[in-house]
Design a protein around this ligand. Structure first.
Ligand SMILES: Nc1ncnc2c1ncn2[C@@H]1O[C@H](COP(=O)(O)OP(=O)(O)OP(=O)(O)O)[C@@H](O)[C@H]1O
Ligand SMILES: [Mg+2]
Length: 236
């Protein structure tokens, strides 16, 4: 059964200010946009901020299951789940006191991404600031809208000098389509180094710029997912 291996289930309760478990999914058709990289570092940043975090890897590539193996014993439980099992797994985690579940999905339009969108409170759609990635976001946005769920775009791998015209174009295009979450995430070697060691960027270089961005990103995501959840519970 999920999580039995590291005792997470028995380990305690959600932080008091978190009434409900929140589930966020990283989804985009486009391969290589940064779903797994961001999911891992965001999970770590959230865990450092006091969340009880579980990562569910729905990608047959198993990037995050492998990341967890390199990581070794950790506060963050990482497990694989098939689309058909996701609902039951999430219900078990909610009962067990998880406060945040991060879903990583494969590229393409798959049953995994469809299930993740359906069960997440918020779908984050990462895109690099280039036209092919930006075009791909549209299909994912449509799928989230069709499921009547909430989404936010996130620009990733931006050149660290944020003001380039290309970034501004990306920001404008995504803002026009709906919510763009901030800050944009810059391309930094810390992301690649952290992944190699089974870490998040806030662990490999806690005072670095990548860590700073990811902590800010967690704060934005936390606010956003809270709002999405309130809206969905009111509509239900
Ligand atoms: N902000 C970043 N800075 C530097 N490198 C990054 C950043 N985000 C992602 N990368 C690198 O980009 C590559 C693709 O990232 P990742 O594997 O996370 O994408 P993905 O969307 O999960 O891909 P797939 O669709 O194949 O699952 C990796 O080599 C990763 O290290
Ligand atoms: Mg991936």
């Amino acid at each position: 059964m999920l999580l039995a291996a590291d005792g997470f289930v028995a380990a305690g309760e959600r932080p008091r200010e978190t009434l409900f478990m929140r589930t966020i999914a990283f989804v985009t058709q486009k391969g290589g946009a940064g779903k797994s990289t961001l999911a891992a570092s965001l999970a770590v940043a959230a865990s450092e901020a006091g969340e009880r975090v579980v990562v569910i890897d729905m990608d047959p590539q198993m990037s995050l299951v492998k990341w967890a193996k390199v990581r070794g014993k950790s506060e963050i439980a990482v497990e694989a789940a098939t689309p058909g099992k996701l609902k039951a797994v999430l219900a078990a985690l909610e009962k067990a006191g998880a406060s945040l579940v991060v879903l990583d999905t494969p590229a393409g339009e798959t049953s995994a991404s469809e299930a993740a969108i359906r069960h997440a409170d918020l779908t984050i759609i990462p895109a690099r600031p280039n036209v092919f990635d930006l075009w791909s976001t549209e299909a994912t946005r449509k799928a989230v809208k069709a499921a009547r769920k909430d989404y936010a775009f996130l620009l990733n791998q931006c050149p660290p000098a944020q003001q380039s015209a290309r970034i501004e174009e990306g920001v404008t295009a995504l803002e026009a389509m709906g919510g763009l979450i901030s800050p944009p995430v810059s391309a930094r070697v810390d992301h690649q180094e952290a992944a190699r060691y089974g870490l998040g960027v806030t662990e490999i270089a806690p005072s670095g710029d990548a860590a700073d961005e990811l902590r800010k990103l967690w704060n934005s995501v936390k606010r956003r997912v809270g709002k999405a959840q309130m809206g969905q519970r009111r509509a239900a």
